[in-house]
Design a protein around this ligand. Structure first.
Ligand SMILES: [Zn+2]
Length: 619
């Protein structure tokens, strides 16, 4: 396709695109970026991570990720994020920048690409919109929208449209506009049978579905008559995949980045109603359960997901499903249930935005919800046996969910910590249950096995957490005060690291802040100096220092708490000679009871009302 250009033309086109496309703006459509110095940082869209190691350098018009090492210019970014070859990336960017490319040569065997489908979709969305706004043709449907309390502004923001029931309006208009039937078919706008081709959407209210870049990637259509399918979506094509798509993400992403949370509802009208009521961080799945791709999209903008359901029953399966994908990304998942089995749209109309804010504020942790349901199932069994079986079942489930994807050691430690709080059990116990045990609800009489390894992913995670801290402190010694409590150089297994950490602590205690040179002056062995420099560089690359320290500190606290619990547990064991199953079980039961009695601080899990109560409503 590029042989039509001379190399000179091509370079000049690339240069024009580069000048007109702002890389930061482009990347921001896919990832929430924050400024740090002259660069912009955010979570990497190309690999799973929590601490941002992805950055954009505007001066150089480059991006780079310290985590997965990808990097490049604006063309490379589009290639990677869209999953397209270089030529297609150039076309997409030319389109965006308004740079004219010579037309694709006729008879190109590859057929319409993503750019072509995006263009014809944009045209179709305008066509449908014109039908809705047409004084006569759209009158009834506009009245219908008004009855359903959809404002003009909402209709406009979401670009609602109308497909008439003639079945050929779009096809005819497309012919006049010069769009081929092949292209319409590739975009899913046209279907054909033995009698010829016809419009896919007939007599339907049209919801254009846009991606984060506001490109129209597909359509949803709600029947206005008595068609069998109440809703019809564009079939999967090169541009549209409903399992990766969230309706409203184009309008919600900035708000999700600002508030840190995403509200997820189940339908187009629910999503619109929420936006209209001021909950502009709302998106909707397109009739599918929460997928990993959805979570991967959302974690680039926020850290919390609130799933809204109209009943407990619907919530149950969805909660497990959402947890299984969200746990891997370290996102918090909460569940909100709209009272009286209403959907959000009906509820907002009946009760108003403040009541809906109340529903969101009362959303509970998905992990707790799953635990409550598990307990419920074993309620009939009295005493410890029922609880123990519930604990085994629940930890088996969580461990299965966590293991289904790659969860790093620190994340595992944090999950174990959450579960320990939830179950009101020592972290040691929970970590062991999460670590090794498979799902075994049937074997209620099983003794809880003995501890095998420390929590938080074992010694490796403890050492990793300590090393991360050291790397950060070498860059920002001023942060030492925030981790003084847990950063004990003696915890390093490696003698070299122990020496360096001791040096850091000594200087930080004495001076507060110090320079790398000051630290190096205390080390005479070149190997130590080399190591310090390496650690320092790794720390620089780690970049998100506060978050790294907080995560590592949580992990170390967990380890310490568990060591204490383990020591206490050993002291609580019966005298020697009692290693039989019965006595171990008895001792575990006794400990469970003792913990239940002793702990008045049952760590309730979701005390977030202050945080979410502060939200402002725009009625
Ligand atoms: Zn990356």
């Amino acid at each position: 396709m590029w042989c039509a250009f001379s190399l000179h033309d091509f370079n000049s086109i690339k240069e024009q695109i580069r000048q007109r496309v702002d890389l930061v703006e482009l990347v921001s459509e896919h990832v929430a970026l924050t400024r740090r110095g002259s660069d912009f940082w955010g979570p990497c869209p190309f690999h799973k991570e929590k601490a941002p190691s992805f950055h954009v350098v505007p001066d150089k018009e480059m991006f780079h990720c310290f985590g997965c090492k990808v990097g490049g210019d604006v063309f490379k970014f589009v290639q990677l994020i869209e999953g397209v070859p270089f030529g297609e990336a150039v076309r997409m960017l030319a389109d965006r920048a308004g740079v004219e490319l010579a037309h694709r040569s006729r008879g190109d065997a590859s057929g319409p690409g993503r750019v072509d489908i995006g263009r014809v979709n944009a045209w179709a969305a305008e066509f449908y919109r014109r039908q809705l706004l047409h004084p006569e043709r759209g009158r009834d449907v506009r009245a219908y929208l008004a009855r359903r309390a959809v404002s003009e502004e909402t209709s406009q923001r979401f670009g609602l449209g109308l497909a008439l029931d003639d079945g050929s309006g779009l096809r005819q208009a497309a012919r006049l506009a010069g769009h081929s039937e092949a292209l319409l078919a590739a975009a899913g706008l046209l279907r054909s049978n033995e009698r010829g081709s016809y419009d896919t959407f007939r007599h339907r209210l049209i919801f254009p579905i846009r991606d984060t870049t506001r490109r129209v990637i597909g359509f949803g259509g709600r029947t206005l008559g008595d068609a069998q399918a109440k809703y019809l979506n564009t079939a999967q094509n090169q541009l549209f995949d409903k399992s990766r798509t969230l309706y409203g993400i184009d309008l919600a992403r900035a708000e999700i980045a600002a508030s840190g949370r995403a509200i997820i509802v189940e339908g187009y009208t629910d999503c619109m109603a929420c936006h209209q009521a001021g909950f502009r961080e709302t998106v909707a799945t397109l009739g599918t359960a929460m997928t990993e791709a959805h979570v991967d999209l959302l974690r680039r903008y926020g850290q919390e997901i609130i799933l809204v359901f109209d009943s407990d029953a619907a919530g149950a399966t969805a909660a497990e499903r959402a947890l299984s994908v969200a746990l891997r990304y370290g996102l918090s998942v909460r569940l909100a249930f709209v009272p009286q089995g209403k959907d959000p749209c009906e509820f907002l109309k009946a009760a108003g935005p403040e009541a809906f804010a109340g529903v969101l504020n009362s959303a509970g942790e998905a992990l707790r919800f799953v635990w409550d349901r598990t307990q419920e199932r074993f309620k009939a069994e009295t005493g410890d046996a029922g609880r123990r079986r519930a604990v085994l079942e629940f930890t088996g489930l969580v461990s299965g969910l966590a293991q289904a994807g790659a969860v790093d050691a620190i994340q595992k430690g944090l999950i174990a910590n959450q579960v320990a709080k939830l179950l009101d059990l020592p972290g040691e116990e929970v970590h062991r249950l999460l670590g090794g045990r498979r799902h075994s609800p049937g074997r209620g009489g099983d003794p809880v096995p003995r501890p095998q390894e420390p929590p938080c992913g074992g010694p490796t995670a403890e050492q990793a957490a300590l090393t991360w801290m050291l790397e950060v402190l070498l860059n920002e010694p001023g942060l030492y005060g925030t981790v003084r409590e847990v950063f004990d150089p003696q915890r390093f297994a490696d003698p070299g690291l122990r020496r360096i950490a001791s040096g850091v602590v000594a200087l930080a205690e004495r001076l507060g802040e110090f320079t790398l040179a000051e630290l190096l002056s205390h080390f005479t062995d070149p190997a130590d100096a080399q190591r310090i420099t390496e650690l320092h560089i790794r720390g620089t690359e780690r970049a998100n220092w506060d978050a790294t320290l907080a995560g590592a500190a949580a992990c170390l606290k967990q380890v310490a708490a568990v060591r204490e619990a383990a020591a206490w547990g050993r002291n609580g064991q019966p005298a020697d000679g009692c290693h039989g199953e019965a006595s171990e079980e008895a001792s575990t039961s006794a400990r469970l009871r003792a913990i239940q009695q002793a702990s008045h601080a049952f760590a309730h899990f979701a005390p977030r009302s202050e945080q979410s109560g502060a939200r402002e409503l725009t009625p």
